[in-house]
Design a protein around this ligand. Structure first.
Ligand code: HEM
Length: 452
C-alpha cells in the first residue's frame, strides 16, 4: 500500500500544546526534554502557534525518516540556511552536497586515517606537553583547552603547515561564535529569517571573520605548489562531475565545514568526559586501569586503540547522555505515514538523538550513566537506530572514525600522566547551542596521575 493511500486512513498525531513556546525561549533544554517525556515515544505534533513541528523519537520511526524514506525528508527549512552560509553545500542536499560528501568520505576513509594517525599522535603529544606545562597545577577552562588540542591535530592533518597557530586561533574563535549564536534558530527552525532572533547579528559578523581568514589562505594555496596532501590541496584539485574545478567559495566551504564539524564536537565530548569521570569515580578507576595496562610507558599510537575497549564504552555512553549532536531537523516533502500516524507534507520534523537516547523502553533507566550498556552482550539485539550520536542514513557523520581515533588518542595521552580534575562544585548541566555544551564553564586542574 502506498503512503498516499495509507494517509487517508491514518490517524492524526496527538498534539502537545502551545504553552511550551515561552519555555523553549526561557529553558530550552528542560522544555525540550519535557516534550520528549510527554511524547513518550509516540509521534506528536508540538503546537507552537506559528508552527507545528512533528517530534519523532522512537528508533523505528527515526529509521523511516533518516533512511527508509530519506528522499521525502530533505535537510531544507530555515535552520539549515544560516548553517549553509557558514559551511556551504555539505549542510544542504542535492548535487553540491553529494560532491562535498564524496570528497569528505574519501578523505576520512580508513586507510587515509590510518596513514595520518602517527602524525596526529605526535601532534597531540606535543599539545598535551604544552598544556601540562602551561597549566602546572592551575585551573584551566576545559572547553578552551580541549579545543586547542583538537585544533592542532586537525590543522596538522588537514591543513599541513599552511595556517599559522594565530590564524587558526582567530578562525576557531569566529567559528565558535557562529556556532554558539545559532541555537535559537535550531530550536525554532520555523521562524522566518526575516524575523530576527537572538544571535543572528553575532552569527553574521562571525561568518565575515571566518571569510577574512580563509579566502586569503585559499588564494595563497592556489598560487603555490600543491605538493602537500592537505585538505586545501585536495579541495583545489577536486573536480565535479563535469570535470570543473571547485571555485574559491567551494574550497572555503569545505575547509570551514571540516573545521566546524570536527572541532567543537570533539572538544565538547572530551569536556564531558572529564565531567563524567568526576561524577563516577568507579568508572574513572576502570578507565585509568585500562589505560595503564594497555599503554604502560609507551606513547599512545594506533596499535593501542583497539585495546581501549572500556574507554570506548565510556565515550559511547557519554555521547548517549550528552548527545553533542542533539538535534537533526528535516522537512517533509509529501504526506507520509509512520506507524499509522499521518505526517503532512511541508512540515518540520524534529529528530533528536538526545531524546531518542532517553526513550525508556529502549534505554532502561536513561538517566543512569552506565558504560556497560555498550558491552557486546548488552548491545546485542538493540535497534540500529536506538543509538544516533552520529546520525544515520545518507547524512550519517563522515567523521566518526576520525573522531574515535582523535578522542582516544587525546584521552589516553592525557590520562597516561595526568588526572584532569573538574573543579566545579555543583553538577555540570548541558545547554543547547549548535552542539550540546556545558552550561557553565568547566574548570580542570591536571593532577599528576601518581597523586590521585
Ligand atoms: C563527537 C563528535 C561528533 C558528533 C557527535 C557528530 C555528529 C554528527 C551528526 C549527528 C551528523 C548528522 C547530521 C544530519 O544528519 O543532518 C553529522 C554529520 C557530519 N559530520 Fe559529524 N560528528 C562528530 C564529529 C565529526 C568530525 C570529527 C568530523 C570531521 C572531521 C565530522 C564531520 C561531519 C560532516 C562533514 C557531516 C555532514 C555529513 C552529511 O551531511 O553528509 N563530524 N555529525
Amino acid at each position: 500500500m502506498t503512503a498516499e493511500v495509507d494517509a487517508r486512513s491514518a490517524r492524526r498525531a496527538r498534539t502537545l500544546s502551545l504553552r511550551h513556546l515561552p519555555g523553549l525561549m526561557r529553558e530550552p533544554l528542560e522544555t525540550f526534554e519535557r516534550l520528549g517525556s510527554e511524547a513518550s515515544g509516540e509521534i506528536v505534533r508540538v503546537n507552537l502557534g506559528v508552527s507545528r513541528p512533528y517530534l519523532v523519537t522512537r528508533p523505528e520511526h527515526v529509521q523511516r525518516v533518516l533512511r527508509d524514506n530519506a528522499e521525502n525528508y530533505p535537510r531544507e527549512g530555515m535552520m539549515w540556511k544560516p548553517l549553509t552560509r557558514l559551511v556551504g553545500g555539505i549542510a544542504g542536499e542535492g548535487p553540491e552536497w553529494a560532491l562535498n560528501r564524496g570528497i569528505f568520505q574519501r578523505l576520512m576513509s580508513g586507510p587515509n586515517i590510518a596513514s595520518v594517525t602517527g602524525e596526529m599522535a605526535r601532534t597531540i603529544a606535543e599539545a598535551v606537553d604544552e598544556l601540562t606545562g602551561r597549566l602546572a597545577g592551575r585551573p584551566g577552562d576545559s572547553q578552551a583547552e580541549m579545543t586547542r588540542i583538537v585544533q592542532r591535530a586537525i590543522i596538522r592533518v588537514f591543513f599541513g603547515n599552511r595556517i599559522s597557530l594565530d590564524e587558526a586561533d582567530h578562525l576557531a574563535d569566529a567559528i565558535r561564535t557562529a556556532t554558539r549564536s545559532i541555537g535559537f534558530r535550531m530550536l525554532m527552525p520555523f521562524v522566518p529569517l526575516s524575523v530576527p532572533l537572538p544571535g543572528d547579528r553575532a552569527f553574521q559578523a562571525a561568518v565575515r571573520s571566518v571569510d577574512e581568514v580563509i579566502f586569503p589562505l585559499v588564494e595563497e594555496a592556489r598560487r603555490g605548489e600543491l605538493a602537500e596532501r592537505d585538505i586545501v590541496s585536495m579541495l583545489i584539485e577536486t573536480r565535479d562531475e563535469q570535470g570543473r574545478r571547485l571555485n574559491d567559495q567551494q574550497v572555503r566551504d569545505g575547509v570551514v565545514a571540516m573545521f566546524t564539524a570536527g572541532t567543537e564536537t570533539t572538544a565538547t565530548a572530551l569536556t564531558w568526559l572529564w565531567v563524567v569521570l568526576k561524577e563516577h569515580p568507579a568508572v574513572a578507576d576502570k578507565v585509568y586501569a585500562e589505560i595503564d595496562a594497555v599503554l604502560g610507558q609507551d606513547r599512545p599510537d594506533r596499535t593501542h586503540l583497539p585495546r581501549l575497549q572500556y574507554t570506548k564504552m565510556v565515550i559511547q555512553e557519554l555521547l548517549r547522555m550528552y548527545s553533542v549532536g542533539w538535534i537533526i531537523p528535516r522537512t517533509s516533502v509529501d504526506d507520509d505515514v509512520i506507524d499509522g500516524v499521518r505526517i503532512k507534507g511541508g512540515s518540520t520534523i524534529v529528530i533528536s538523538p538526545y531524546l531518542t537516547h532517553r526513550v525508556a523502553d529502549v534505554w532502561p533507566d536513561p538517566e543512569v550513566f552506565d558504560p556497560d550498556r555498550f558491552s557486546p552482550t548488552r548491545s546485542k539485539g538493540r535497534h540500529r537506530f536506538a543509538y544516533m550520536a552520529f546520525g544515520a542514513g545518507p547524512h550519517q557523520c563522515v567523521g566518526t572514525l576520525f573522531f574515535t581515533v582523535e578522542a582516544h588518542l587525546i584521552a589516553s595521552t592525557l590520562l597516561q600522566g595526568f588526572r584532569p580534575v573538574v573543579q566545579n562544585e555543583s553538577p555540570v548541566r548541558p545547554q543547547v547551542r549548535l552542539t550540546l555544551i556545558p552550561r557553565e564553564r568547566v574548570d580542570i586542574v591536571l593532577n599528576p596521575a601518581s597523586h590521585r
